[in-house]
Design a protein around this ligand. Structure first.
Ligand SMILES: C[S@@+](CC[C@H](N)C(=O)[O-])C[C@H]1O[C@@H](n2cnc3c(N)ncnc32)[C@H](O)[C@@H]1O
Length: 347
């Protein structure tokens, strides 16, 4: 499926102050609720941290003192905002540390620092979220974008999990790290639907692991098989309704597979899709979007690029149907069969 670029209407919502209200939601504490229809791709919020903390500091007393000092410098409204946040860790390490541990967000994947964001801290989790949060190093702000249209009155949700996990794995991590039992629409589906979802998730996990080895140089697949596996991941994500940051990542993987094989024609198409999907979930000012934009300009700059005589003359087919084009793009050897479970659960 090709990602549509962000619409003009969604872009017009960027920077708007009035897209959400902070309200109580039964059984989930306080949450962000859309006050207007929010279009896919719109920036819902862009927030500065009230303070940052280093993950390298393991001494709890030092951390608690650090937070106390930061709080002293804040105005009264922010201090009150902080003290009203949820504390799921109790008072063993003191109130300040309990609140900070419950609400600090990492400043990027694998970051050594986290930040406390008063509004974003109120966004609840869903395993099938309608929004995506990311730290924008260029802006020094946390941004949240709608990954699907969100109706007025609907709760805005993000995923607290950085990877694609099965039901049991998700529940275990959410319980351990955030102390709640997830009852999102994916987790409260029927057991039959959950088993189907878990089976798709296993497919995604296995494909992801194999493709990491493949990109690292293990010769366990040929080019066509690697593309077929990547397309399988994309299809499984679509069936899971996972239209978040995993989409640009899969298109970037498809790009890497194509460029590793010297197939610049397909690589160019995949990287354009990766860019459009990345802009949708993070905006065109995110560092990751800028990195992908550079590859759109010059795909062969990627370190995996290997020129190849076999594919250097590949021609992009013209005047074919969308399905034929997709089969050409993914080098599909066999027609993709209609999946029998397509309309059953919509999860
Ligand atoms: C960062 S806070 C989110 C805001 C929080 N609801 C509040 O009242 O401040 C994370 C906490 O919110 C609650 N929460 C988030 N997502 C939830 C969900 N899907 N189901 C139930 N509780 C949830 C849990 O208590 C979790 O530890």
């Amino acid at each position: 499926m090709e990602e549509a670029p962000i619409s003009d209407e969604a872009a017009a919502q960027v920077g708007s102050e009035s897209l959400y209200a902070i309200q109580a939601v039964p059984g989930k504490g306080i949450s962000l609720i859309a006050t207007t229809k929010i279009l896919k791709g719109a920036r819902i919020l862009s927030e500065l941290p009230i303070f940052k903390v280093s993950y390298a500091e393991s001494n709890r007393q030092v951390l608690a003192n650090h937070i106390a000092n930061k709080l002293k410098d804040l105005d009264e409204a922010k201090q009150r905002g902080f003290l009203h946040l949820q504390n799921v860790y109790g008072l063993d390490d003191g109130l300040f540390l309990g609140i900070a541990r419950s609400n600090v967000s990492p400043l990027g994947p694998g970051a050594s620092e986290g930040g406390l964001f008063l509004d974003a801290a109120r966004i609840n989790h869903s395993c099938r979220p309608n929004a995506h949060k990311s730290w924008n190093e260029n802006l020094q702000r946390l941004t949240v974008h709608a990954v699907r249209d969100i109706e007025r009155g609907q709760e805005i949700t993000i995923s607290y999990l950085g990877e694609t996990l099965s039901y049991i794995e998700r529940q275990a991590i959410l319980k351990q790290r955030f102390r709640f039992d997830c009852g999102c629409d994916l987790c409260s589906a029927t057991q039959f639907q959950r088993l189907k979802s878990d089976s798709r998730i296993r497919t995604i996990q296995q494909a992801h692991a194999i493709l990491i080895w493949y990109k690292g140089g293990a010769f366990m697949l040929d080019y066509e098989d690697a593309l077929t596996l990547t397309r399988g991941m994309l299809t499984a994500f679509e069936k899971e309704g996972a239209c978040d940051v995993r989409f640009p990542s899969v298109y970037l993987t498809a790009f890497q597979v194509a460029i590793k094989n010297g197939d610049t024609a397909r690589a160019k198409i995949f990287v354009e899709r990766a860019y459009a999907a990345r802009v949708l979930v993070e905006g065109d000012d995110s560092p990751e979007a800028e990195k992908v934009a550079a590859l759109v300009e010059q795909p062969t700059l990627h370190p995996l690029y290997k020129p190849s005589d076999d594919v250097s003359e590949v021609e992009i087919p013209q005047g074919v149907s969308e399905a034929e084009f997709e089969d050409w793009l993914w080098q599909q050897r066999f027609p993709v069969s209609e999946d029998e479970d397509e309309d059953e659960d919509g999860l």
